[in-house]
Design a protein around this ligand. Structure first.
Ligand code: NAP
Length: 285
């Protein structure tokens, strides 16, 4: 079997074309969606991610507001900046690029973002909403995975799903979102004994560990759908996922490439959440 390629880049492009129309309608009504992006410090990878998000905003007509803040900023100053953005009617989404410097209280920062502008979905309310079904904004990466599965008409209900990785921003919300769609979900992490005994049972295997080649063909059930969230930079500069793409493609029925799979969907869902927030703001006026 050679797996069908799940093309995230292509779906992202189609979705973003639709966003141009939605943003156009908002602008005609006098409201331009705005996303505020806060970058603390000068981590080069974070700067690249922020640049990519701002460019994506521009392409669909969302206004972006960048705050480049020094790594030495105090907690109080950073919280003050967020409070200002919460009150700014031109801003419909606020994103604080992670990771933050060690001295910053990340939990406090995320909880200071107004829930109705929490387009990254990391506020405690939105995290809790994933458990109870009251979410305002879903976190972008797992939301992008769900969109990909839906677009590919891959059934989720009743499927055995294994999520490898249990972080707050990918693995855990991913598991909750798939549970909410009636999958039977197992979550594995670095301390899982014998990872393969779980992964081999998966009808849908989502991998978000940050370990190149963690998943090899022997660990995958024939015909499984494999979603590779991992983004790893190899010593030669190439980007690779967590899955042995060539080997696993021979066993899976469908698979996401890296790059070009989940990555473009993450930024797309950030745009979706920002537009949704702006549409909500317009409905309230
Ligand atoms: P993270 O916070 O480092 O979490 C990694 C998770 O994987 C942890 O739960 C860890 O287990 C688990 N893990 C690590 N090694 C493992 C192993 N050998 N076997 C099983 N589980 C293992 O990372 P993250 O932020 O969730 O990101 C994960 C990957 O996705 C990274 O490559 C990141 O670059 C990528 N990512 C991609 C996108 C995208 O848009 N495509 C977005 C976000 C992240 P413990 O909990 O036991 O430590």
């Amino acid at each position: 079997m050679t797996a069908r390629l799940i093309n995230g880049a292509s779906l992202a492009k189609t979705m973003r074309r639709g966003f141009v129309d939605r943003v156009g309608k908002l602008r005609e009504s006098g409201l331009t969606p705005g996303l505020a992006v806060i970058l603390v410090g000068d981590d080069p990878a974070s700067a690249v991610y922020v640049g990519r998000k701002m460019r994506a905003c521009e392409e669909v007509g969302i206004r972006s507001f960048a705050s480049y803040l020094p790594a030495t900023i105090s907690n109080a100053e950073l919280l003050g900046r967020i409070v200002e953005l919460n009150a700014n009617p031109e801003v419909h989404g606020i994103l604080v690029q992670l990771p933050l410097p060690e001295h910053i209280d990340m939990a406090r920062v995320l909880e200071t973002i107004a829930v109705e502008k929490d387009v990254d979905g990391f506020h405690l309310y939105n995290v809790g909403g994933l458990v109870t079904g009251n979410v305002v904004f879903s976190p972008c990466t797992p939301y992008g995975v769900v969109k990909l599965l839906e677009h590919e008409n891959i059934p989720i209900q009743g499927q055995n799903v294994v999520v490898v990785g249990a972080s707050n921003i990918v693995g855990k919300p991913m598991a909750l979102m798939l549970m909410a769609r009636d999958a039977t979900v197992s979550i594995c992490h670095a301390k899982t004994r014998d990872l393969a005994q779980y992964t081999i049972l998966a009808d849908i295997l989502v991998v978000a560990a940050g370990v190149p080649n963690l998943i090899i063909p022997q660990m995958v059930k024939r015909g499984a759908v494999v979603i590779d969230v991992g983004i790893n930079r190899l010593p030669d500069g190439r980007i690779t996922g967590d899955v042995d793409f060539a080997g696993v493609s021979e066993k899976a029925s469908a698979i996401t490439p890296v790059p070009g799979g989940v990555g473009p969907m993450t930024v797309t869902m950030l745009l979706e959440n920002t537009i949704k927030s702006a549409e909500h703001a317009l409905a309230l006026t």
